[in-house]
Design a protein. Structure first.
Length: 191
């Protein structure tokens, strides 16, 4: 992502990647999601941005919280761990969004907070007791920006469900799209 001379803005950032690991995320979506995960970790480690990774199928799973930095070996382990989860189960995106919002709000007050949800469709499990719209409103009131990235032709529900949707029709373009989001939201570019 940051091959150009790019530096984070003056304020600190916390970024959560929330990744759909449900049964519908079979190939080629799985490979695109894993390539994006790798890009996400490498880019944010390189510029020292605090990040978390949450996966979801029937329940959300914290693969990495905000409290720890990862060595190259630990990033490789995490990559292998996530690859074993995809694809399986149903889609608890609301539960994952609620968890990501909770984790990111436990971070410093004076940070820019961003949640990027990568999914290929609409959730079918919600244990939060709140609508998906209400969960996004709660995040917004806590100064958390939630971006929904819809993966594939059938991800049109992302456009309806998210306040800030991005649709990636060609699955292979997911890493490039994630790179663009990270650059736009996190860095000033110096040429």
């Amino acid at each position: 992502v940051f091959f150009r001379r790019s530096l984070p803005t003056q304020r600190k950032h916390c970024v959560a990647l929330v990744l759909d690991e449900s049964g519908s995320m079979a190939e080629p979506k799985k490979s695109a999601a894993l390539a994006s995960l790798l890009l996400f970790m490498e880019s944010l480690e390189q510029v020292n941005v605090n990040y978390a990774i949450i996966g979801f199928s029937e329940t959300p799973v914290i693969h990495k919280d905000f409290s720890k930095r990862l060595t190259m070996a630990k990033r490789e382990e995490l990559f292998e761990e996530v690859s074993m989860y995809i694809p399986s189960g149903l889609t608890a995106d609301a539960d994952a969004l609620a968890l990501a919002t909770k984790l990111i709000c436990e971070a410093d007050e004076d940070v820019i907070k961003l949640i990027i949800v990568i999914t290929d469709g609409e959730g079918n499990i919600n244990q939060t007791g709140k609508s998906f719209f209400e969960l996004q409103e709660e995040a917004f009131k806590k100064n958390v920006l939630v971006i929904g990235v819809g993966l594939g032709e059938k991800a049109k529900s992302v456009k309806k469900r998210y306040h800030f949707p991005i649709i990636v029709k060609n699955v292979k373009d997911l890493p490039k799209t994630l790179a663009r989001i990270l650059e736009e939201k996190i860095v000033f570019r110096y040429h």
